[in-house]
Design a binder for this molecule. Structure first.
Ligand SMILES: [Zn+2]
Length: 162
């Protein structure tokens, strides 16, 4: 499948809350494959299903092009079950390509969910990978990084388009 079209802010779908996945069907596996292909075909380190217009709680993250990480992470119904520390990092988003912002998030997180086969997984993550996991899980609740900054002073226009 070709890369899926990524919705751009202010598309109202980006503000919606996604639904829990109740069964890992073949169709869902196809969707996950498409999400991974879409992530790999662009400059991002993570993608959430609602960004391609599908309101299901699925995220894919792979930060290894930019930082240390555990490779490709596929999570269905991800939940942050523990977090520690705080760190402010400049973030961007495939759905808001014109801007970046400094966003404060937890430094370390433990995320639990299901893998693409429906098996339970628990991931302990730090660094950019932990930031990306928090950013993508936010998408599942209709929260964008621009919702987490204090005023327009924290927002930066990109000099180079993605
Ligand atoms: Zn994003």
């Amino acid at each position: 499948m070709p890369a899926l079209k990524i919705l751009q802010y202010p598309d109202p779908v980006l503000k919606e809350k996604s639904l829990e996945v109740t069964a890992v069907s073949e169709g869902l596996k196809d969707l996950i494959r498409d999400l991974v292909d879409t992530l790999r075909s662009g400059p991002g380190v993570g993608l959430a299903a609602p960004q391609v217009g599908i309101l299901k709680r699925i995220i894919v993250v792979d930060v290894t092009s930019r930082a240390a990480g555990g490779g490709l992470i596929i999570l269905i119904n991800p939940v942050i079950t523990a977090s520690k520390g705080s760190k402010t990092v400049r973030e961007g988003c495939l759905s808001i390509p014109e801007y970046t912002a400094d966003v404060k998030r937890a430094e370390d997180v433990i995320v639990e969910g299901l893998d693409e086969e429906g098996g339970a997984v628990k991931i302990a993550s730090t660094g950019l990978e932990a930031i990306a996991l928090q950013h993508e899980i936010d998408h599942l609740d209709g929260v964008l990084f621009i919702d987490r900054i204090e005023g327009v002073k924290g927002l930066f226009k990109r000099k180079i388009r993605l």
